[in-house]
Design a protein around this ligand. Structure first.
Ligand SMILES: Nc1ncnc2c1ncn2[C@@H]1O[C@H](COP(=O)(O)OP(=O)(O)OP(=O)(O)O)[C@@H](O)[C@H]1O
Length: 266
């Protein structure tokens, strides 16, 4: 196979649950060290797409490549060094402390019964400081608010120090301060720490503002991809979300900014 060395390369991927075809012929390359956002309406297949690149769902052979290697030939630990994820709804059953949860991010680097060392602690502490969770370290996870818990799960993913960070609606539980903080952290990871970020975001203006590349999905297909200004068009948004929008030029970022046209704005 020609070596392309994309962090993720997907080649005619289909996915069905029973007779229900969810992903239809997805072909896309994810660029290294960029912030790529996947947008699209509820049920369009975004999470199913992410689950295929995390091997939570196992694609067929020759469909999903991670750094040129077929994902199905990765061992779990090796894949965990390449990709870390922040799932949509993380259920943490046990009464672990925040510190324990973040340290779990280090497990791909440890042997079976090996305890974490100084280096793991240092990396975990940095991840917790970045996500504003260091002060929560001794709390048990089930005593935290939804947003605090979300930040801890993000800290765990950062502690994993993988090349690719996959986030499924990471800001849905967060207040505006922590939303921006999280997006800033992930953007900085892609710009300064050589990390490839793939995020599903529902907020189109945040998606435009933060992403280098947008993938627009609808009904299991990629209907458009490119720079935010190429993908965010009246036609695309009408076609996929069935809403009319006004597109402005954001005076601060110079990027598009959309305003949905509703009864109150018309
Ligand atoms: N385990 C499953 N079994 C059957 N159908 C499923 C399963 N998981 C997802 N689906 C269906 O696949 C479709 C796509 O779901 P998916 O979660 O990928 O969409 P999404 O774009 O992430 O949606 P949302 O924005 O609402 O999170 C939906 O119709 C969903 O009901």
């Amino acid at each position: 196979m020609k070596r392309l060395n994309y962090p993720i390369s997907i080649n005619n991927l289909d996915w069905s649950f029973g007779y229900n075809e969810i992903l239809k012929n997805i072909t896309v390359n994810i660029e290294r060290n960029k912030f790529t956002c996947i947008i699209g309406p509820n049920g369009s297949g975004k999470s199913t797409f992410l689950k295929n690149i995390l091997k939570i769902l196992e694609p067929e052979k020759n469909k999903v490549f991670v750094f040129d290697k077929d994902i199905i030939s990765y061992k779990y630990k090796d894949l965990s060094k390449k990709i870390a994820s922040v799932p949509q709804n993380t259920v943490v059953d046990f009464n672990f402390s925040v510190m324990d949860i973040v340290m779990m991010g280090r497990s791909p680097y440890l042997n079976r019964f090996e305890a974490e060392g100084e280096k793991d602690l240092k990396i975990s502490k940095k991840a917790m400081e970045m996500t504003d969770t260091w002060n929560l370290r001794d709390r048990t996870i089930n005593t935290l608010s939804g947003g605090e818990r979300q930040r801890v799960i993000i800290a765990r993913a950062l502690a994993q120090q993988s090349d690719i960070l996959v986030l499924d609606e990471p800001i849905s539980n967060l207040d505006i301060h922590h939303q921006i903080n999280l997006l800033n952290i992930t953007k900085e990871l892609s710009e300064k720490e050589n990390i490839t970020v793939i995020a599903v975001l529902h907020d189109l203006n945040f998606a435009i503002q933060y992403s280098d590349y947008l993938i627009l999905m609808n009904e299991g297909r990629i209907v458009d991809e490119g720079l935010p200004k190429e993908v965010i068009t009246h036609d695309n948004i009408k076609n996929v979300y069935d809403i009319d929008i006004h597109i402005m030029n954001n005076p601060i970022t110079g990027k598009p900014h959309i305003i949905p046209i509703t009864d109150t704005t018309a």
